[in-house]
Structure formats: C-alpha cells, structure tokens
Ligand binder design. Structure first.
Ligand SMILES: Cc1ncc(COP(=O)(O)O)c(C=O)c1O
Length: 373
C-alpha cells in the first residue's frame, strides 16, 4: 500500500467512505502535463472526478481546455472559470435548450459539442441560431469503438463541411476517441493508434483544402494518452484522458507506460462479519464501489492476504481468504476501486486526506444531473 494512504485518524472515518489525496492528484496532473509537453496539449475529461476542487487544480496548473459529457459537468466547469469546454456528447431533445441557457449564462466560456448526424446537426443549428448564439462543433469520428460517431469517409466530410455553413455553428475540429484501444502491450496500442490516425489526417487535409478549418484533433483517453502525447508533429492534437487524475486498480494493473501516475482515490471499508472460517464480509457494497468491472476486478484490497471476491450485494462485499482468521468485525481495510469514475459518482461527498490525516470534504458537484440549467 502506498505510504500516503494510511490515516492516523481512521477511527473517526465512517465506512464506506471514498478518500481523495490532493497531493497525489497534484502529482498526477503535473506528470500528465510533463508527458504531454505542456498544459495546452491537454483537454482532460471531468467525468472521473466531477468536483469543483479538481477542476480548479487543473486550471491552476494552466489547463484551459476541458472535456465533459453532461450539461451539469459543463456548468460546473464554466462556473469554476474554465474558458473552453467541449461537451463530448451528442445533444438531442431538451438538452438543446439547456445548451442555449448554458451559453447565455456563461458568456466568457467557449462551448463546443459533438456532431455525428445530419438531422441532429440541423436541429442544433436551428435552436442555437434562433437564440442568436454560436457554438463550436466537433465532428465525432468513429475510429473503431462503434459507440457514437461517424466513420471516417465521404459522409463525415459532407457532415463537417455542411455544418460549417449552417448558422450558429463554428467548425472546431474532430474527436477521435478510441476507448476500444486497451491493448496491454504499448507497441500494439501504438500500432492501433497509428492505423486509426492515417485516414483521419487524410480527411483533415481534404476538408482544409475545401477551405474549412480543422483546428484541433481531440484524441483518446488514458490508455492511449502516452501515444497521442508523443504526436508533437501533428498540429492541434489535444489529449483527453480523464481517469489519470484519480487513477484506479483497473488501469494501474494494465498499463505499465503510465508510470508516475498513482491511484489517488481509496475506499475505507470495515469488516462487518466473519460468516464462515474462510470468509470476510466488508461494508463495501455496489452502492459504494462500481460494479461494472468483473467480480474479480471490482476492487483491489490493499495489504490483504490472497483472496477471491465471491459475492457483491448492495451493501456487502464477500471475500474468501485463507487469512480470514486475521480479521474481526470493526477492522479497517483500504481498497482501490477497479473503476474509479463510476465509483466517485456513487458518493455525494468525498473526504480529502493529506499528511496521513483527514483534511476536509468535497462535494461531487456534477454528480447531479441538473445544477441550475
Ligand atoms: C469521449 C471520451 N473522451 C475521453 C475519455 C477519458 O478516457 P479515460 O477514462 O480512459 O481517461 C472518455 C472516457 O469515457 C470518453 O468517453
């Protein structure tokens, strides 16, 4: 276990609690800026932490460009003083009206949104232009994840060029999010990234020859960060990792090239029962730690004998271990979440710790779907 995690005052910490370590967060931010070659090459995703405090830490470190997925996250970022916010999500239905309200409320922030469909882009233009406003549009290219986006090709060309001519829309660039690229070998990941990149650069050239600017390529998440960060010869590359800021056991176990990035979010849990001689049950249910990783990857118990997670209910985590007799109800166990982003969103507040003791409490502000807009 990292020496910074142990809390001298843990006896007064309710369990389960999520504890964040600002000193480690600052180090993670500094490391990512160093790897990127400067804060201007970053557009970190806020979805991992959803807190005003970490948004301010990034701004204080010189990061001016931010990415988010929801209107509430965008509002939290703008209210924290972020000058440039990409809502990396296709906006439809009443969210178009919310975008107008957001843009009016924060005139000093430059907003952009994703586009990947002609009809939805027309609807966006209609609503924004009717309000007398302009928003940036980023063409969401489907580079293999097949979640959202448009494949690189003639339909993508037509969509971006026609969006540039619609009232209220400003052509701001392309997004290449490759969430499917999580090969453990960095060489294999790099080969996959380069294969994705070549047709994107050809499309960019074609669009620019038509006279439409592509000022930025918003690229990747944490797994491919070190690769996109190295592409310093391509103008306008902005790296958009999110998880790095808190990091977790999942990425920590898979990607050795993320050296220098340390998990900065730890769950404090307690033994609540010893139901059988080889079982320990903890108060770390799926309402306190995200249940999307496989059972065996859901949490990493720190300084704990070899174990296997055999059950996970709303308020219970059941593990089997030959070392069960070392534990009794009330004992504290520290754990890393397997997937930190949805884990944070399960907590209304998180504690902060520095120098081995609790120092405060932060609200996970944009965990709420609606702030004011
Ligand atoms: C569009 C987009 N960009 C960036 C990220 C950040 O990726 P990561 O969590 O791997 O840092 C995500 C993660 O879900 C995403 O969906």
């Amino acid at each position: 276990m990292h020496p910074a995690y142990a809390l001298s005052d843990v006896a007064s910490v309710f369990s389960p609690s999520l504890v964040l370590y600002p000193e480690l967060i600052r180090q993670n931010i500094a490391r990512v800026i160093e790897m990127a070659g400067g804060p201007e090459r970053l557009r970190p995703h806020v979805k991992t932490h959803k807190t005003r405090e970490i948004a301010r830490m990034l701004l204080d470190a010189g990061v001016t460009k931010h990415k988010c997925a929801t209107i509430a996250e965008a509002e939290m970022l703008a209210a924290a003083g972020a000058p440039d916010v990409l809502i990396a999500y296709p906006l439809v239905g009443p969210n178009l009206g919310r975008l107008v309200a957001l843009t009016r409320k924060f005139p000093d922030t430059r907003f952009a949104v994703l586009i990947d469909h002609p009809g939805a882009t027309q609807a966006l233009s209609d609503v924004v232009a009717a309000a007398g406003l302009t928003v940036g549009v980023i063409l969401d290219l489907d580079v293999g994840q097949h979640r959202t986006g448009i494949p690189v090709g003639s339909a993508a060309f037509d969509l971006y060029v026609s969006a540039a001519n619609l009232p209220g829309l400003r052509p701001d660039g392309f997004q290449l999010y490759d969430g499917h690229n999580h090969q453990e070998s960095r060489t294999e990941r790099e080969t996959a990234v380069r294969a994705v990149l070549a047709p994107v650069l050809a499309l960019r050239l074609e669009v620019e020859r038509r006279g439409v600017p592509v000022p930025r390529l918003v690229c990747g998440g944490t797994p491919t960060f070190s690769i996109f960060a190295g592409l310093t010869d391509i103008p306008g590359v902005e790296c958009s990792p999110g998880t790095f800021v808190l990091h977790d056991a999942g990425y920590g176990a898979r990607f050795a090239d993320l050296g220098g990035i340390t998990p900065a979010a730890v769950l404090v849990t307690r033994v609540i029962s010893r139901p059988t001689p080889d079982r320990v049950t903890l108060d770390l249910g799926n309402k306190a730690v995200a249940a999307d990783p496989l059972l065996e990857k859901r949490v990493k118990l720190l300084d704990f004998p070899d174990y296997k997670v055999v059950g996970h209910n709303e308020e219970h985590l059941i593990v089997e271990t030959a070392g069960a007799d070392q534990y009794k109800p009330g004992d504290v166990v520290y754990a890393l979440p397997g997937h930190v982003c949805p884990t944070v969103a399960l907590h209304k507040d998180v504690l902060t710790a520095e120098g081995g003791a609790i120092t405060g409490r932060w609200t996970v502000a944009s965990r709420d779907r609606v702030l004011t807009v």
